[in-house]
Design a protein around this ligand. Structure first.
Ligand SMILES: [Cu+2]
Length: 151
């Protein structure tokens, strides 16, 4: 086969794969306060797992959380938006990928309430991780366990 055809074939094979990869790694918008260190560490965790992240710094996040229906009892230090879902707090990248794959209906998003030690971006060296849950939440403020970690 002439070399030019070979190259063309390889490119033709790679392009759909690149498109598929881009689909698997959607862009996420992250609202956080400018001085939040653990927020930056979580953003790093997302990037290390293939997400494209755009951060938006705000002095207060209450309006963002209210606008996107994050119930107060599951709130944390940052709020992400991806694929039509809300990601609240230190949610592991794998759980976001699973959410985007399963696309549950009637769910606004998933959250790790508070800031449990050992969740992505909340690792403390020499400190034992505490068990924590990822919960779904809906527009009525109802929550359900989506994943459990660290037990
Ligand atoms: Cu945090």
């Amino acid at each position: 086969m002439p070399r030019i055809l070979m190259v063309g074939l390889v490119v033709a094979m790679l392009v759909p794969q690149a498109a598929a990869l881009a689909q698997q790694t959607p862009a996420i918008e992250v609202y956080k306060t400018p001085t939040c260190g653990c927020c930056n560490k979580w953003v790093e965790h997302l990037r290390n797992n293939g997400f494209t992240v755009r951060t938006i710094n705000l002095d207060r996040l209450a309006d963002v959380k209210a606008r996107h229906g994050v119930p107060s009892r599951v709130q944390s230090c940052h709020t992400g938006l991806v694929g039509g879902y809300v990601i609240e707090g230190h949610v592991p990248a794998a759980d976001i990928q699973r959410l985007l794959k399963e696309r549950p209906s009637g769910v606004l998003g998933i959250a790790v309430p508070g800031m449990p030690i050992g969740s992505p971006g909340m690792e403390v060296q020499g400190t034992k991780a505490q068990p924590y849950e990822v919960v779904t939440f809906d527009k009525e403020g109802r929550t359900n366990v989506f994943a459990a970690h660290g037990r």
